[in-house]
Ligand binder design. Sequence first.
Ligand code: SF4
Length: 222
Amino acid sequence: MGEDLNKPEYEIPPELKSSVSITTLDRIYNWSRRSSVWPMMFGLACCAIEMICAAASRYDIARFGMEVMRPSPRQSDLMLVSGTVTKKMMPLIVRLFNQMPEPKYVIAMGACASGGGPFKEGYNVISGVDNYIPVDVYIPGCPPTPQALMNGLITLQKKIDTQSIREVRWYKKGASETIPVPVLGPDIMDPREYDLIRQYTNQKLQNIDDPAAQVARQEKGS
Ligand code: SF4
């Protein structure tokens, strides 16, 4: 796309060069979206403090047109997951994500949101928010600095620059995919994995009922 912009198919007359520029619809569309990404306002743990810092005068995400943190998912373009994601919080995050209109993006800020961080495989923590919702940009660190967050936002802008209105999912026919909200019981369950869970449970039950399996277990001393 960049080459097309630099080398338009026809010459602009010299007298118009200072007042006319040639570009593509994609470029205009992406430029306007990338410069006004509104993040949803919520923070989950210590990473959120760095996110708050990034909004203050020293770093100032207003430079990116991103300072308008919205208190409602219905007015947000960007879910900035900053902090430890607990099993209790995950159903709410998925519900908020579903309530955001397209186009929408997700940034996993920090080790916790990206993969569980220092609490990975803790009894109450999700090992990465991408187990449930699609993540566009991951920011490493514990916590990432405000500069790292800036870098993540710029990376997101670069990703937006590569999109084309002919291909993006929100201009395709049919509704956007809604992610099933996980169910929190004794543990968290993803409705998309019900078949797998049912299969595993049946297998376990069969082993319990199978006398040969019982004998084998006794022989093993389990
Ligand atoms: S990545 Fe580190 S700083 Fe961020 S929420 Fe997890 S423990 Fe806190």
